[in-house]
Ligand binder design. Sequence first.
Ligand SMILES: [Zn+2]
Length: 411
Amino acid sequence: VSRPGESPPTHLFLHASQVVTCRAARDAEVLTDAAVAVRDGRILTLGPAAALAAAHPDARRVECAGRVLTPGLIDSHTHAVFGRWRADEYALRARGVPYMEIARRGGGINASVRDLRQRSEDELVELTRQRLAPMLELGTTTVEIKSGYGLGTEDELKMLRVVRRLQEEGPLDLVPTFLGGHETPPDYRDRKDEYVELVAEEMIPAVAAEGLARFCDVFMEPGVFDARQTRRMLEAGLRHGLTPKLHADELEPSGGAELAAALGAASADHLGRVSEAGIRALAGSDTVATLLPATLFFLGRKEYAPARRLLEAGATVALASDFNPGSSPSPSLPLAMTIACSQMGMDPLEALVAATRGGARALRLPHDAGTLSPGAAADLVLWDTADYREIPYRYGVRLARHVWKRGRKVV
Ligand SMILES: [Zn+2]
């Protein structure tokens, strides 16, 4: 902490085995004998250790002791505000009870909706705070959080206010997304179009009036919302300054990726069954392909999103946790990286870049976010390994040893 008129101290991160910049998935971005200088919450410079040590003789030294230094992970797709866990459904699924039967018995998204509607904002702040703590400990420094368990104006606003309060608390940066179009609530059964109008005409203006969200997302999937309804909600969001995102082509190819690209969405997420045309549309746009392999793993699916075809077509790929109580209860981005490498053919550097810079692109953060570059926020993770490839490889244990948020050590 510096006093007014005093220049803030420089911290020099020295003796890392590798400094992985995550600017691109290229070997040249894995630096050895490199140091990172941090001042005032930002990266001042990075480069050869001897030169930086000579240039900053008075810097405070942070000893990295042969470990790996990377940017903080950026989790660009979560549903982290919720009430109770749903292990009861998990146990049923494990015994072979199909999702439709679980939903018929009152489970699924609507179970979380009923539960969340009964809880106060304060209670949800407390629950969410407890659930965000492990994310930070696992190396995540920025988290997108969606609404979508309220499915009514007051409850959707309540969820987004929870995100705002936790953003004010820090240290995690939280990016709020309005997801009123997550599902049709039971009180609008057989009146889906009326619900779509409620989202477009009442919820979105209310969310925008309070400045509670940056993005507007919709779950477009056969049986949930179709292309016309999705477009209606996302265009209403655009008119109120909310950038589109889209849950697209998770279980069926339904033109979601193409619609996301056409609307200039920040990302199209899931993409388990994206079509060739969808891949081409994403590759030719600024819309990031956000892959959530931990969800398909947890649901017991054998087919994953075509990560290689997306990368080879030139799409920007992000990896996210999809943290939620139904289909992805793990807050771990390193676990998503493991599944990406083991099941989708991504290499460890591609996975790390997708979980940092890719996530930043999916959230339209400043151009240097999610990377180690001069001027970027000093969000850093020191991993308990000498080789970054062990981050996905040694799965099931926590390798993040220390985490810094804007230059301040928080883990
Ligand atoms: Zn989701």
